[in-house]
Design a protein around this ligand. Structure first.
Ligand code: AMP
Length: 285
C-alpha cells in the first residue's frame, strides 16, 4: 500500500502549527520532532522534518510528496510545485522598510542604493517590475540591523506584528507580497497518493470550516422565533426546541463567527436572550 510523505519545518514558526494541523485532521504522529522522520500511527503518512529553505526543492524532486511551507518561500525559490490549500496560519507580509524619518517617496527611493534581505530573488523581481535599479545585499538573519550598522539604506523582510521593525527604528513602507502557510504537492503523484491527499484535504476542509464557524444557541419567546429565524444566516434551517418554561424556545444554528458579530444587535432587537457561542471542532457539509 502506498504511503504519502509530508515535509514540515524541523524548527521555526511553522513547525508547531503544522503538527497541530495534522493532529486536528485525526493523524497521530508517534515520534518527537528530534527525529528526522516519523510515521503516523493511524494513517499512511510519513512526516519528514526538514530545513525550511530546502522543502520546496524536496517536493519538486519527489523526496517529499506534499509539504507545509510559507508562500513567501515558494516565491523566493521559484520551485515547480503546486499549491493545494491555503492554511490560514503564519500570515505575514514581505515588506520594504527604511529608518524612520527617512524621506521615502516610493520604491524609487532605492535607486542606486543598497537593500538588505534574505529574499534576494523576490526583491530583484519586484524592483525589476517597478523599474528601480538597486543593489541587493543578502543577509541570512537579523536583517533589521543592516541600516543601523551602515550596511544598507533599507531592508526587505518578513513582517508579522511589526515589533521587530519598531524596535530597530524602522518603518514599513511597501508590501511586496502577502504570505501564509500553504499545503503544496509534487506535480507527479501516483493515483494512490492523490487519493490519500484527497482524504487529507477532506479532513482539512472540515477542520477549517469548523474553525471559521460557531454553534450559536439562544432563547426567545415563541412569538419572536420567526423574526429571529429571518435574521439568522445559518447553514440550513435552524433547530427550534421548546424550553421547560411555557411559551419559550431555544433556537440553535451554525454560522460564521464574523457573521455572528454582524447580526448580534438584530438578534437582541428581535428578542433573543441568553446567547451562547460554542466552538465547532470539525464540520462536514
Ligand atoms: P514581527 O516582529 O512580529 O513583525 O516579526 C518579524 C520577524 O519575524 C522577522 O525577523 C521576520 O523574519 C520573522 N517572521 C515574521 N513572520 C514570519 C513568518 N510567517 N515566517 C517566518 N519568519 C517570520
Amino acid at each position: 500500500m502506498s504511503t504519502l510523505k509530508i515535509a514540515v519545518q524541523k524548527s521555526g514558526r511553522l513547525n508547531e502549527d503544522s503538527i497541530k494541523l495534522l493532529k486536528n485532521c485525526g493523524i497521530r504522529i508517534e515520534n518527537g520532532k528530534d527525529q528526522l522522520k516519523a510515521s503516523a500511527a493511524n494513517f499512511p503518512l510519513d512526516v519528514l522534518y526538514l530545513r525550511n529553505g530546502d522543502i520546496p526543492q524536496y517536493v519538486e524532486d519527489g523526496v517529499a510528496d506534499i509539504a507545509i511551507v510559507g508562500e513567501n518561500l515558494l516565491v523566493e525559490t521559484g520551485n515547480d510545485v503546486e499549491v493545494v490549500r491555503k492554511l490560514g496560519f503564519s500570515k505575514c507580509k514581505l515588506s520594504l522598510a527604511v529608518p524612520k524619518d527617512t524621506n521615502y517617496p516610493g520604491p524609487e527611493f532605492f535607486e542606486g542604493k543598497k537593500i538588505a534581505t534574505s529574499y534576494p530573488n523576490t526583491v530583484k523581481q519586484y524592483m525589476e517590475k517597478v523599474g528601480v535599479k538597486t543593489e541587493v545585499h543578502v543577509i541570512k538573519g537579523s536583517v533589521e540591523i543592516a541600516p543601523n550598522i551602515g550596511l544598507a539604506e533599507g531592508i526587505c523582510d518578513l513582517v508579522s506584528s511589526g515589533s521587530t521593525l519598531f524596535k530597530n527604528g524602522l518603518v514599513e513602507k511597501d508590501i511586496i507580497l502577502q504570505s501564509e502557510a500553504v499545503l503544496v504537492k509534487n506535480k507527479n503523484l501516483t493515483a494512490e497518493q492523490e487519493e490519500l491527499l484527497e482524504t487529507i484535504l477532506f479532513r482539512l476542509d472540515a477542520v477549517q470550516k469548523g474553525e471559521k464557524s460557531k454553534y450559536v444557541l439562544m432563547n426567545a419567546p415563541n412569538d419572536k422565533v420567526d423574526e429571529i429565524i429571518k435574521v439568522l444566516p445559518g447553514m440550513k434551517s435552524p433547530t427550534v426546541v421548546p424550553l421547560a418554561e411555557e411559551g419559550w424556545s431555544s433556537v440553535h444554528t451554525v454560522m460564521e463567527e464574523s457573521k455572528f458579530w454582524e447580526v448580534i444587535d438584530q438578534l437582541k432587537g428581535a428578542g433573543a436572550e441568553g446567547l451562547l457561542i460554542v466552538p465547532i471542532e470539525k464540520m462536514v457539509l
